[in-house]
Design a protein around this ligand. Structure first.
Ligand code: ATP
Ligand code: MG
Length: 413
């Protein structure tokens, strides 16, 4: 895409109303637009990042047999009253209507997915099943100072699974855990699978996936030797205690952000909605249910926090809005530099490279500063020397390393 056509513009100054680094950078660079605390619109660059994260998550969920659906966002209040969440879950929005009915909007969707599953899963032959969606969630959060990391509206992947036996649930739980670790690794993040309590309605253990970052709202204790990690809020253990799992290491304490979690919901929701299936002997049984969330937009925020420096954002290739930032140092569009960069832009596009082309008549200094702020992994510079020699400067955003690359190698390099 030509940057002269991109309707967003980077700003020199950080927005005065943002305290978090992720929002400051993302607003400045034109990735997101703040509507109010905890609610953002995603602009062309931001939407591309979000969709890259969604694509990676979707591929992994499909690979483990998840079936994607899209549930309603506006919900009747009845199922929420049936499970007790209407009265007990503080973040549920309760919406009055002129029809005198009450509604809510999805904050998690056990209340919607369980009746859907009940409709179709009548026999043990229909199980196991995993259903997921990627979409907006709405929560009446008190604190919304973490930019896109804590939204009142945010994007989540939520998957729900239904099983005949605890063993089958446990098998799938382990499969999802591995898929999650793969997703985070693909985004360049190290997420620790952290033991936590089981959430609102269950006393079972769950895993939260935590990425170490000072911008996180959670405190974790993790072993400096093995992969053991626990949420400090619920644990009797403290910093420097010996690790109870490997007994070799000791526990360090750190701030972290929860980028996903997986729960064993047991038969709570099946019972609430009288959802039974016929087992092999023809007897009615409640399925065991799991719920598996990933904070898609929070992940983008964590990435902005983690992958940034004093100059701006530094996206890994897997999530970057474009693979290449082509920066032309021509001034009026008709000069040799502009012609050479136009030609290179077309060539890169024909080769299937996702390229943002800065074709605007700005100074080299302004263009480079903005390019650094946007954080596209690779920058190709077209200046006088490149036109004369057909050798181009290729700058890696992450390291600042400059390579001189002959034109014929540009497409593959
Ligand atoms: P938190 O403790 O941070 O409030 P949670 O336990 O309420 O999270 P879940 O209900 O399990 O979170 O939601 C699944 C995932 O959605 C979380 O792991 C997190 O990554 C993300 N998430 C939850 N709340 C928000 C929010 N307000 N804004 C952005 N992402 C969120
Ligand atoms: Mg919460």
């Amino acid at each position: 895409m030509r940057q002269s056509k991109l309707f967003t513009k980077a700003r020199r100054e950080a927005p005065a109303d943002e305290v978090s680094k992720n929002a400051q950078l993302l607003v400045r660079a034109g990735y997101v637009h703040k509507e109010m605390a905890g609610v953002y619109s995603y602009l062309p660059l931001g939407r591309r990042v979000l969709e890259n994260i969604e694509r990676i998550v979707r591929e992994e969920m499909d690979a483990i047999g998840g079936q994607e659906i899209r549930m309603a966002i506006l919900h009747p209040s009845e199922p929420w009253k049936q499970t007790g969440a209407w009265d007990s879950v503080d973040v549920v929005f309760r919406i009055a209507s002129r029809t005198e009915k009450e509604y809510t909007v999805g904050q998690s969707e056990e209340e919607i997915v369980t009746p859907i599953a009940r409709e179709y899963l009548a026999s043990y032959k229909d199980l196991p099943v995993a259903i997921y969606q990627i979409g907006q969630k709405y929560r009446d959060e008190l604190r919304a100072k973490s930019g896109i990391m804590r939204g009142r509206e945010f994007t989540m992947k939520d998957m729900y699974s239904f099983h005949e036996t605890q063993e089958d649930f446990d098998r799938f739980y382990a499969v999802v855990k591995e898929a999650y670790l793969k997703i985070y690794a693909c985004l360049g993040l190290v997420a620790k699978a952290t033991e936590a309590s089981g959430g609102a309605f269950t006393t079972k253990l769950s895993y939260e996936f935590m990425v170490l970052t000072d911008a996180g709202e959670d405190d974790i204790l993790y072993c400096n030797h093995c992969s053991y990690c626990v949420n400090a809020e619920i644990s009797a253990q403290k910093e420097d205690d010996a690790c109870t799992r490997c007994t070799k290491g000791s526990l360090a304490r750190a701030k972290a952000s929860e980028v996903g979690n997986i729960f064993d919901l047991g038969t709570k929701y099946a019972k609430d909605f009288s959802f039974t299936y016929k087992d092999k002997g023809g007897k009615d049984q409640y399925p065991i249910m799991g719920c598996f969330g990933i904070g898609i937009s929070r992940l983008m925020g964590v990435m902005a926090e983690t992958f940034s420096d004093e100059k701006g954002l530094v996206w890994p290739e897997s999530a970057a809005p474009f693979a290449v930032h082509l920066v032309a140092l021509g001034r009026d569009g008709g000069d040799d530099i502009s012609k050479a960069s136009d030609a290179l832009y077309e060539e890169l596009r024909r080769a299937g490279v996702d390229v943002l082309y800065d074709d605007r008549p700005l100074s080299a200094g302004e263009k480079f500063a903005e390019s650094d702020l946007l954080g596209i992994p690779k920058r190709i510079v077209v200046g006088k020397e490149a036109v004369a020699t057909d050798v181009f400067e290729v700058v890696e955003r992450k390291t600042g390393t400059v390579a001189k690359v002959p034109r014929k190698n540009l497409i593959v390099s």
